[in-house]
Design a protein around this ligand. Structure first.
Ligand SMILES: C[S@@+](CC[C@H](N)C(=O)[O-])C[C@H]1O[C@@H](n2cnc3c(N)ncnc32)[C@H](O)[C@@H]1O
Length: 475
């Protein structure tokens, strides 16, 4: 291709006056894939947007489909995930701190470097097409800078760069593994501590965490069976969740899927299904089983599972969510189910005590779902955890005030970080007058659950998000 032709076009563009810098930008038609990927990265940098929300919307609006959509996805998500490696390379190619580089130029350098190091796109095409993007948005001066830096990046391949960077971290195998699997070191360490392993299993966990996840569907209990849903969607019945279906080919255009539109199914990770089902199946000690509480409900994924199962068994669900807009999502997701939604702080929701079951799906770092948010790993900070653990403990304490003796409280976070998991539960249960049950018994047929009593799911073991689940019962 393309390398030659692009170079020619690029040369022509260079003689044009610099385009405007402000106002709504018309997407250029000559390279819709790279334009879309670059605009996604800009939205992430400028507006703290989520790449996985911005990209599909942008592809739809601009009618980018087929191979262009696939390339845009690869470049946007790949670049966002690999930011750590890309910045380590760029640091060696820019003669000043990356912090001082214009934010647009830095995004362009990243997407250019990604193409050079991680794709088979010819070197000239990778550089020229990136320079084109910068010229369109910011004119020739910045384009010249990006061109010069990318030429330096292109002098070595990924392996050679890795060896050079690793020479500086020779005595830190964890840093090297983190670099190769596109994780910040502190997150790799948190995984290692949760797994009790710094070798092959940690590598497998980090690699699985760096791969794009398959789409999982929930066949809403009582409305459609997993077998039926698999037949309708062409997917496979999930290995562990009785209500799960895995879509093989990335899910097709789910927005147009009739089963979703009709409300028979929802997109939901199999791990989320498993923990929600566990919350409804945990053994009570005596008494009725008819008042359930979902203390952190928004946007309502697990509330739907609770609501469907409550409908089947004759129970009702109170769903508490502190954020109004997220409470609205819960309402929309559960409007035909026996669910009452309350906008309130779960630490003191003002509801009558005596619940039989409570699910505390607490706000958390989300380290267990990094696969879904390509840029998230580079945004999170170790300091985020301490703030969250305080809130998690307070929400659990509230649940123990609201549950009846013999009732169960199931604590869930989408994170394997020990401070948010084991570090919370034992102490909160002791203070709340609850015993810790063996949660593994509520995950029948699921292998690799360790020694209990808690359950930690993992992408590399179970193909799910890294959900943590603890089941406790008030004495
Ligand atoms: C991990 S999410 C819950 C996910 C949800 N259970 C689902 O499956 O879709 C945690 C939720 O707790 C909410 N939250 C945060 N602080 C809260 C509080 N003090 N009381 C109640 N909800 C809170 C957040 O707004 C967020 O929607």
């Amino acid at each position: 291709m393309t390398g030659e032709r692009r170079g020619h076009r690029h040369g022509q563009r260079g003689r044009r006056p610099a385009p405007r810098k402000q106002g709504p930008r018309k997407p250029p038609v000559h390279d819709p894939a790279r334009r879309a990927a670059f605009d996604v990265l800009r939205a992430v940098s400028e507006r703290d947007a989520y790449a996985n929300l911005v990209l599909p919307e942008l592809l739809r609006q601009r009618r980018v489909a087929g191979r262009d959509a696939a390339l845009a996805t690869e470049l946007a998500y790949g670049t966002a995930r690999a930011t750590g490696l890309l910045d380590a390379v760029l640091t060696r190619c820019v003669d000043r701190s990356l912090d001082t580089v214009d934010s647009m130029a830095l995004d362009a350098l990243r997407i250019g470097a990604y193409q050079l190091l991680r794709t088979r796109i010819p070197r000239h095409a990778a550089v020229a097409s990136t320079v084109d993007l910068v010229r369109e948005d910011a004119g020739s001066r910045l384009a010249g800078f990006v061109n010069a830096v990318l030429r330096r990046v292109s002098e070595k391949d990924e392996q050679q760069w890795l060896e050079e960077i690793e020479a500086d971290t020779a005595s830190d195998p964890l840093a090297r593994l983190a670099l190769r699997t596109s994780h910040p070191r502190w997150i790799a360490r948190a995984f290692a501590e949760a797994l009790g392993d710094t070798g092959d299993e940690l590598r497998a966990a980090l690699e699985a965490d760096d791969a794009r996840p398959a789409v999982h569907l929930l066949a809403k209990p009582g409305q459609v069976s997993a077998d039926e849903l698999a037949a309708i969607t062409g997917g496979d019945v999930a290995p562990y969740s009785p209500y799960g279906v895995h879509l093989s080919s990335g899910g097709g255009d789910l927005a147009e899927s009739e089963v979703l539109a009709e409300g028979l199914a929802a997109v939901q990770d199999e791990g989320s299904q498993l923990v929600a089902v566990a919350a409804t199946a945990a053994p009570l000690a005596g008494g009725k089983d008819e008042r359930w509480l979902d203390l952190c409900a928004g946007p309502g994924g697990k509330t739907v599972v609770l609501g469907c199962l409550a409908q089947v068994s004759g129970a009702t669900v109170d769903a508490v969510e502190v954020a109004e807009h997220r409470a609205r999502l819960v309402r929309e997701a559960t409007d035909d189910l026996p669910v009452a939604v309350h906008v309130a702080d779960g630490r003191d929701p003002g509801l009558e005590e005596g619940y039989d079951r409570i699910l505390v799906d607490a706000p958390c770092s989300g380290l267990g779902a990094l696969r879904r948010r390509p840029e998230a790993r580079w945004r999170k900070q170790p300091g985020d955890i301490a703030e969250l653990t305080q809130l998690q403990s307070e929400l659990l304490a509230s649940a123990y005030r609201l549950v009846r003796p013999g009732g169960v409280v199931t604590y869930v976070v989408c994170s394997p970080h020990l401070a948010e998991t084991e570090g919370i539960v034992a102490e909160a249960a002791r203070r709340g007058g609850a015993e810790v049950l063996d949660a593994r018994e509520l995950f029948p047929g699921v292998p690799g659950l360790g020694d209990g009593p808690y359950v930690q799911l993992w992408p590399h073991r179970h193909g799910t998000d890294a959900m943590f689940c603890a089941v406790t019962r008030k004495r």
